[in-house]
Design a protein around this ligand. Sequence first.
Ligand code: ADP
Ligand code: ADP
Length: 215
Amino acid sequence: MRIILLGAPGAGKGTQGKLLADHLHVPKISTGDILRAAVHTGNELGQQVKAIMERGGLVPDPLMIQIIKERLQKEDCRHGFILDGFPRTVAQAEVLRQEDVAITHVIEIVVDDAEVLKRLSGRWTHPGSGRVYHQLYNPPRVAGLDDVTGEPLVQRPDDQEETIRKRLQVYRQQTEPLVAYYKKFTQENSAVHYVSVDGCQSIESIQQKIVAKVD
Ligand code: ADP
Ligand code: ADP
């Protein structure tokens, strides 16, 4: 199983990716999480990307391509993986093709902008595991704490209205063309399946629909 999750910021890629990764026993690779960890440690990569992420822009393709190539070479990817947040540009998608990464499913989660704003402004995450909560739609058992570890949850600096709007604009311009790209790609390659799900349903019913398609 080598799965790409496509969808606007806030569509539910992280939420569904984590559930699917646990179901399939493959790693969920979130390029956003990798970049945030680098910003947190303050290493060279982190210093390069911090300002771009805070503005809601995209990190340049050459850097992202280097990051994903290194990550996919790790042992835990041998039996599959779920990509959350990569590719985000046609150039990034082309690299997967050139490197012969045999994708099996592209799962698109569709939501509108108003829903994205509501979701991201209430999002809380557990940095250690990638678990995602929402203060109204998917609250943790104890406010501000992760259900599994009891560790504190954090809000992302780019989840503010102005930056969310910028990220949506970037998504429509640079990432949404991948919908047509992968629809065409899956029509030409019978081994690859395109799945489109309506993201405005409960987390559980979206999960069931995705699992039914990939099992
Ligand atoms: P993405 O990874 O696509 O940016 P997330 O999985 O982080 O999206 O979800 C964004 C926010 O929306 C989180 O706060 C999450 O708890 C919430 N959320 C995710 N899926 C749903 C859903 N189906 N209904 C309501 N809220 C959701
Ligand atoms: P979301 O879950 O809201 O879609 P992510 O956590 O995937 O956001 O990404 C957060 C930020 O990290 C993006 O706004 C962008 O600055 C950067 N980023 C993550 N993945 C990529 C990528 N594949 N290409 C370029 N920038 C990326």
